[in-house]
Design a binder for this molecule. Structure first.
Ligand SMILES: Nc1ncnc2c1ncn2[C@@H]1O[C@H](COP(=O)(O)OP(=O)(O)OP(=O)(O)O)[C@@H](O)[C@H]1O
Ligand SMILES: [Mg+2]
Length: 271
């Protein structure tokens, strides 16, 4: 059998040996990148109890749900609690909802986001859509490309010591760039960079219309260490909110749905 040479002259076998070595040393505890028992509490009332105290530090999570399910409020509260209660600076990258609207939300919940901005504990980057009339057309091409996103995130994480990142919603990227493979690869690269910097991240996506899809494109969940689904369901002419931890690697999580509420105090899981 011929041995394929990689461009740098190594054979595939050399590459495999190298990878096995990395795995061995991780098993021996030499280069374990993080302590898996170390968790990042979201600070969202009633939620951390469902996931053994919090998200695993440095990992990426997907939050999905239909429009109005509470994804952005959940994500904003995750950053707000992180910055105000756990000393973890956060970065919110918004692709759809304007910064003004997010700030209005924060004000309604009594969160002093302005103070956190001033203290550089919270950063908001607005990559929202270009709109013509009431139609959103595309991401702002002046402000946005995927390399630009990577650089923005890396700079913020390294220079401002960001520990929590939200991208809301990544489904916009899938719509803007029809090659799903490219987006997955790019988001994986971003996710690895965030992991290396011990940043715990939430990528927001929408629930698809396909019956078994928990995400819009049916691929986003594979990017992530965990998937949280928010439901906003009509029951007897009334709508109710639920939350479900659909997948959470390395975690003995609660299985099933819990009621969720959004009040002027923010989000809470109801027991
Ligand atoms: N102060 C508040 N008190 C109670 N409920 C609120 C409050 N503010 C917003 N909500 C509820 O939260 C909903 C919006 O939540 P959010 O913006 O997080 O949804 P989303 O899942 O991000 O939706 P989209 O996919 O459209 O961005 C509102 O439609 C409303 O029902
Ligand atoms: Mg939203």
């Amino acid at each position: 059998m011929s041995r394929k040479k990689k461009p740098n002259g190594d054979t595939l076998l050399d590459e495999l040996r190298r990878r096995a070595k990395v795995f061995e040393s991780e098993v021996e505890g030499e280069t374990v990148p993080q302590d898996l028992s170390e968790r990042t509490p979201t600070g969202i009332k009633g939620f951390d109890e469902l996931i053994q105290g919090g998200l695993i530090k440095g990992e990426t999570y997907i939050i999905s749900g239909v429009s109005g399910a509470g994804k952005s409020i959940f994500s904003l509260e995750y950053l707000y609690r992180g910055a105000s209660q756990y000393g973890e600076p956060g970065l919110y990258v918004t692709f759809e909802e304007t910064m003004q609207s997010l700030l209005r939300n924060g004000r309604n919940f009594g969160w002093n986001l302005g103070d956190l901005f001033k203290k550089k504990k919270l950063m908001l980057v607005d990559f929202t859509l270009v709109t013509v009339g009431d139609k959103a057309l595309s991401l702002n091409p002046e402000a946005f490309n995927l390399d630009g996103l990577y650089v923005t995130l890396e700079t913020a994480v390294r220079e401002l010591g960001i520990k929590r990142v939200v991208l809301d919603p990544i489904s916009v990227l899938f719509l803007q760039y029809p090659n799903t493979g490219v987006i997955r690869r790019e988001l994986n690269i971003i996710s690895s960079m965030l992991r290396k910097n011990n940043c715990t991240s939430i990528f927001v996506t929408e629930t698809g219309n396909e019956p078994n899809h928990i995400t819009r494109f049916g691929v986003e969940e594979y990017l992530a260490n965990g998937v949280i689904v928010l439901y906003w369901e009509s029951e007897n002419d009334k709508r109710s909110r639920y939350i479900e931890v659909f997948k959470m690697r390395g975690t003995a999580h609660y299985m099933g749905r819990r009621r969720l509420s959004i009040t002027n105090d923010g989000i809470s899981v109801i027991y």
